[in-house]
Design a protein around this ligand. Structure first.
Ligand code: G
Ligand code: G
Ligand code: MN
Ligand code: NA
Length: 253
């Protein structure tokens, strides 16, 4: 309850911040976009990672305001980059509580409109378990957003129970391979096979794949050699505030 009250205050005091983690082409390491991650800039406890507050935000319903704020901050920064001549597609996490809340689609479109960030440069990430729990609802809620040009990724893919039949009815065009499988590459046979199976599924469904949590050259080489187009992880960069992201891009180029 205390954390909930504090989080409510944090929203009023504008203590929610975002960081950006680059997504790179596996082959060329060229930057193809970034995932946006929330942080709570707590006056006493410093930067708090989402593990420390997303659950509370979801249980209390504060996730709706927090999610709107994260999206708004992301689109504002994306627009700044565009005005500086840099196209940077952004992926923002959304939770089931946001998707379920009536008017979600309208609010997303409003934020795009008032920030001037293009819909076709925005991707929304929904975890696999959520996507599969109520596929019809997800399909209905995401329809107007899809029509506007927003794309959808299934986050933490491989940890749930996706069926091909259901996937075909859903609006996703990207799998994000869960980092637990990426970490198993070269370590256990199961992870190698699971990653290869996800890549094969993606090919037959015409999905893109982003491997998350890539930490070693060996993981990256395996992914590239098996046809994975995009990777994200500490091997390339940690999540960073916008100013650091700019500096990193300059060094990376
Ligand atoms: O930044 P970090 O790696 O600690 O993020 C941990 C988890 O929190 C990630 O898996 C991510 O999906 C989730 N997360 C981060 N930012 C947001 C956000 O803005 N909204 C939601 N719903 N989840 C987020
Ligand atoms: O799936 P999700 O949206 O939760 O993923 C983002 C989270 O993963 C962030 O909290 C980010 O800090 C974390 N992360 C990203 N890359 C790596 C990595 O290479 N290694 C580890 N340990 N965590 C990572
Ligand atoms: Mn994610
Ligand atoms: Na994930």
């Amino acid at each position: 309850i205390r954390l909930e009250a504090e989080l409510k205050n944090a929203l009023l005091r504008d203590e929610i911040a975002i960081v950006f983690q680059p997504k790179v082409n596996c082959e060329t390491t060229q930057v193809v976009g970034a995932e946006v991650l929330a942080r709570w800039n707590h006056p006493e406890r410093g930067m708090i990672a989402p593990g420390g507050f997303i659950d509370v935000a979801e249980e209390s319903g504060l996730i709706n305001r927090l999610g709107d704020r994260v999206l708004e901050l992301a689109c504002q920064q994306g627009r700044i980059w565009l005005d500086e001549g840099m196209r940077m597609p952004l992926a923002v996490n959304v939770s089931i509580r946001q998707l379920e809340k009536p008017g979600f689609d309208r609010r997303v479109l409003d934020i795009l409109e008032h920030t001037g960030f293009p819909a076709d440069q925005l991707q929304l990430e929904v975890t696999e378990t959520v996507a599969m729990a109520d596929p019809d609802r997800v399909a209905a809620v995401t329809k107007p957003l899809l029509d506007a040009g927003i794309t959808f990724a299934i986050d933490d893919f491989g940890t749930g129970y996706s069926s091909l039949a259901i996937l075909q009815r859903l609006p996703f065009n990207t799998f994000k391979i869960d980092r637990s499988f990426v970490w198993g590459i070269g370590e256990d046979q199961h992870s190698d096979s699971i990653v290869q199976t996800i890549l094969a599924m993606a090919e037959s469904l015409n999905y893109e794949v982003v491997a998350e949590g890539v930490e070693t050259e060996e993981q990256r080489d395996f992914l590239r050699n098996n046809g994975c187009s995009t990777a994200q992880g500490f091997l390339f960069a940690r999540p960073m505030p916008a100013a650091h992201f700019d500096a990193w891009l300059e060094r990376h180029a």
